[in-house]
Design a protein around this ligand. Structure first.
Ligand code: PMP
Length: 354
């Protein structure tokens, strides 16, 4: 049998494993930070109608620049943003890949503060960028002093910040973002995939955008909007950043069906985002219950919770799976991450963990 090693694959990809959160058919799936609630009927109908209206014209390529969708995204974000400040792609992973292609790549470096989202280093490597694994503070926070020391040491071309951070749930104060922007020479990407779940008093890095053309905020409809299957991620930045990613995007990368479905979903955003408060309640319940049980739990501004298992996390992960509850081993010794889902899913998780 031929294996990857028999192929003339790029040297830096040898021995690597692909992104691979298990997709298992179990009763309680709390491992990929999806929104557990199916789309309401009214939203399903609106999306079906919007997609139907595109079908006859599928002989034509879609709007390459997705201008109408970008205007809708800007309207959703507020902060005085317009279509010129936004860009959309098939998930925020593709957005981040495009940013790396435009601003990092061969001969350049990308830096992130771990533990953080596992795709950042993979996307960096896939685009030929050299990855620098800097570190968060031991309490999973990131102080400006610690961030600046590591930036000064490595002088990266591109920096990933993640707020709220996956897998810890920790939100960053916008002061850290401005300190990093002031200290860094390169682009600063703030991955805000979970922004809608932040607790009150945690401002988005969108507030820092004016006057900072090297700042990019990436967002997604995969989490709060419950649109993970629709694949729609986007960014907000100076219009020059949008000009830059247009140099590397594939022509017609975002299908007419995706654009129409995402616009319909955005038009129904009140119905879709109605689940956010319910999910935050379950998140806070998981944090409080596990702390009551004497476990160390990271503060969370996201739709998931990182908690200490008090032993080998691989064994606890398997035992939970044996009880029909799939959560996530993020490779952090002694810790596991669970997504906040419906009240029934939280019941099942808390009971199984006992
Ligand atoms: N950023 C972070 C921090 C994430 O956790 C995820 C999804 N797990 C993504 C980006 C990518 O999401 P998507 O490509 O679905 O927008």
């Amino acid at each position: 049998m031929t294996t990857i090693d028999d192929l003339p694959i790029r040297d830096e990809l040898r021995g690597k494993t692909p992104y691979g959160a298990p997709q298992l058919d179990v009763a309680v799936r709390l491992n990929t930070n999806e929104n557990s609630y199916p789309l309401p009927d009214a939203v399903v109908d609106a999306i079906a109608k919007a997609v139907q209206a595109e079908l006859r014209d599928l002989n034509r390529y879609p709007d390459r620049d997705a201008v109408a969708l970008r205007a809708d995204l800007a309207d959703y974000l507020g902060h005085g943003l317009t279509a010129a400040n936004t860009w959309a792609a098939n998930g925020s992973n593709e957005i981040q890949q495009q940013l790396l292609q435009a601003f990092a790549g061969p001969g350049r470096t990308a830096l992130g503060f771990g533990p953080s989202y596992s795709m950042h280093p993979l996307l960096a490597q896939g685009t030929g960028s050299r990855w620098i694994g800097a570190l968060r503070d031991p309490d999973f926070g990131l102080t400006p002093a610690a961030a600046l020391a590591q930036i000064q040491e490595h002088d990266p071309d591109l920096i990933f910040l993640c707020s709220p951070n996956n897998p810890t749930g920790t939100a960053l104060d916008p002061e850290v973002v401005t300190a990093v922007l002031d200290a860094a020479r390169g682009m600063v990407i703030v991955d805000e995939a979970y922004a809608e779940f932040a607790r009150p008093g945690t401002p988005s890095a969108l507030t820092v955008l004016p006057g900072h053309p090297r700042l990019v905020v990436t967002r997604t409809m995969s989490k709060a909007f419950g649109f993970a299957g629709g694949r729609l991620g986007y960014l907000a930045a100076d219009p020059a950043v949008v000009d830059a990613v247009q140099l590397v995007r594939l022509p017609y990368h975002l299908s007419a069906l995706t654009q129409a479905a995402a616009r319909a979903a955005l038009s129904q955003r009140d119905a879709l985002l109605a689940t956010v408060e319910a999910i935050k309640e379950q998140r806070d319940r998981i944090v409080a219950t596990l702390r009551d049980r004497g476990r160390a739990v990271a503060d969370s501004d996201a739709n998931f919770v990182l908690f200490e298992v008090g032993g080998d996390q691989k064994i606890v992960w398997q035992r939970l799976l044996d009880r029909g509850v799939l959560i996530r081993d993020v490779g952090l010794a002694g810790w596991l991450r669970v997504t906040a889902g419906t009240p029934a899913e939280t019941d099942a998780f808390l009971e199984a963990l006992k």
